[in-house]
Write a new protein. Structure first.
Length: 140
């Protein structure tokens, strides 16, 4: 049996996943993380995007809107404002959000917060990448 590490993925609303995994992969602000049992302790921010966990040799995929990841030698906690299983991501809503953000950024007459529009665009693109990667994984 492979060594495991316990992981909890939680959002502000609910717990999304809790259990032993062989590895966790996530996009941190400073780069990609690969976490295995007995990893060095770490606390860092996550970018909006995909979190993958390896359970019994199979990958499970999740989308997080950003947040924090805390790594201890035997437990990993991912705290996100929004977290969901990849197959629960609403692709149509993400496409609409992407188009709205792009339209807002192109509209030079609008009085807007560019940082907010860019954040919305980044989140929509991250959701779409998660859906795309999930589909590619299912085709194998």
């Amino acid at each position: 049996m492979a060594m495991t590490i316990h992981v909890d993925i939680v959002s502000a609303e609910k717990e999304i996943f809790s259990g032993p995994v062989e590895a966790i992969f996530a996009s941190a602000v400073m780069g990609e993380l690969g976490i295995y049992p007995r990893h060095t302790p770490l606390l860092t921010r996550l970018k909006p995007g995909e979190v993958r966990v390896l359970v019994d040799g199979k990958e499970e995929q999740f989308y997080v809107s950003g947040g924090m990841i805390e790594v201890q030698p035997s437990v990993v906690t991912i705290l996100a404002d929004t977290a969901m299983r990849a197959n629960d991501v609403d692709e149509a809503a993400a496409l609409e959000a992407k188009e709205n953000a792009e339209r807002t950024l192109k509209n030079t007459d609008a009085k807007l917060d560019y940082a907010e529009a860019q954040a919305k665009l980044a989140e929509a693109l991250a959701q779409l990448r998660t859906v795309d990667r999930m589909r590619k994984g299912q085709s194998h």
